[in-house]
Design a binder for this molecule. Structure first.
Ligand code: UDP
Length: 324
């Protein structure tokens, strides 16, 4: 019997690379695909020599073809930080819409099961707290986040349509803020921003008054939840995230304690449509997948900080975007 074979789009990204590692550990052959706009080949360099891993440098918003059998697909290709999708809004819309359509067609052709990466951004700036999967969201379609939020909402809609109309085996994960090694230092997200600033001896930038909340999940917990969801028979959206919620001010204090930085906190304007609060209700994941996060923030932040500390001074200095 040949190994099970899985296509992972966005394989050179933060989550895609950890998923590639996990599925290789589980005995799969992994086909990684990435156009390397926001992904980094360094994240998967260690897999390149393995016979269980192959890599396609390809943009999934164009026709997707991989020879041979494919049993599973994980669609994780997409810019995922507010700064990225502000810089490349059209690509963001295309990968979530055209890219998803291509991969659903590809899944049909291969008779493969497909899991698509959705996001807590489908809830927008939520008026329900914590957010459960039955909440429909509060999204501004024409705001700066609209290109990501609406692409992901369309992605969920077309994935459900392929499930109901074509009987395709589909899974939808709604991912909340996640962190860990291999996040891009310059992706603009709050954790690499704060840690990068601490390491470079710069002030920490708090957007707005810092009372907005987020709930941060360590990557290995998220990967476990995704693995369980893919192997389950549940076709409806499932939130995966860590319900431990803090304000951005508290988060900055934790980073100051962790890094020992003596720099100040400085306030910058709050970006438009920045959600005021975000916390996953994970009752569904607990019930259906028997899943809950195990790594607390203290532990996860320490591992992540050690990773960023291990980067070279040149990498640390990087602040410009590759597509500037
Ligand atoms: N944020 C901040 N300083 C930064 C970067 C982000 O205060 O240098 C805030 C941002 O306004 C948001 C929160 O941190 O309220 C999380 O931002 P991130 O970009 O990580 O992801 P989001 O959850 O907004 O998609």
């Amino acid at each position: 019997m040949p190994n099970k074979r899985i296509l992972i789009t966005g394989a050179a990204g933060f989550l895609g690379s950890h998923l590639s590692d996990r599925f290789i550990q589980e005995g799969f052959d992994v086909v990684g695909m990435d156009n390397l706009i926001t992904g980094d080949i360094k994240n998967i360099e260690h897999l390149m020599g393995l016979k269980e891993f192959e890599f396609y440098h390809h943009d999934v918003s164009k026709y997707v073809h991989v020879p041979g059998h494919i049993d599973y697909i994980l669609h994780f290709a997409s810019p995922a930080s507010p700064i990225d999708y502000l810089k490349i809004p059209i690509q963001t819309l295309k990968v979530g819409s055209l890219g998803t359509h291509n991969l659903l067609g590809f899944a049909m052709a291969k008779k493969a099961r497909i899991l698509v990466a959705s996001t807590s951004e489908v809830y927008g700036d939520p008026t329900v707290h914590p957010q459960n999967e039955d909440y429909w969201g509060n999204v501004n379609p024409v705001g700066p986040r609209g290109v990501y939020d609406e692409a992901k909402r369309f992605q969920e809609a077309i994935t459900m349509a392929y499930h109901t109309y074509h009987g395709l085996e589909t899974r939808i994960v709604r991912i909340f803020n996640t962190y860990g090694p291999r996040m891009r230092l310059n992706d603009g997200r709050v954790l690499p921003a704060f840690i990068g600033q601490a390491l470079r001896g710069e002030d920490l930038t708090i957007f707005g008054d810092g009372t907005q909340t987020r709930s941060f999940c360590y990557q290995s917990d998220l990967i476990e939840g995704i693995y369980r969801l893919l192997m389950s028979d549940y076709p409806y959206p499932v939130n995966i995230g860590n319900p431990s919620e803090i304000t951005i001010n508290q988060f900055a204090e934790e980073i100051i304690k962790l890094t020992g930085t003596t720099q100040k906190l400085v306030h910058k304007p709050l970006p438009k449509d920045d959600p005021k609060q975000r916390q996953p209700d994970i009752s569904r994941a607990k019930e259906i997948l028997g899943w809950e996060p195990k790594i607390n923030r203290e532990e996860g932040l320490k591992i992540t900080y050690d990773y960023f500390k291990s980067l070279s001074p040149e990498e640390l200095k990087k602040s410009a975007h590759r597509f500037d």
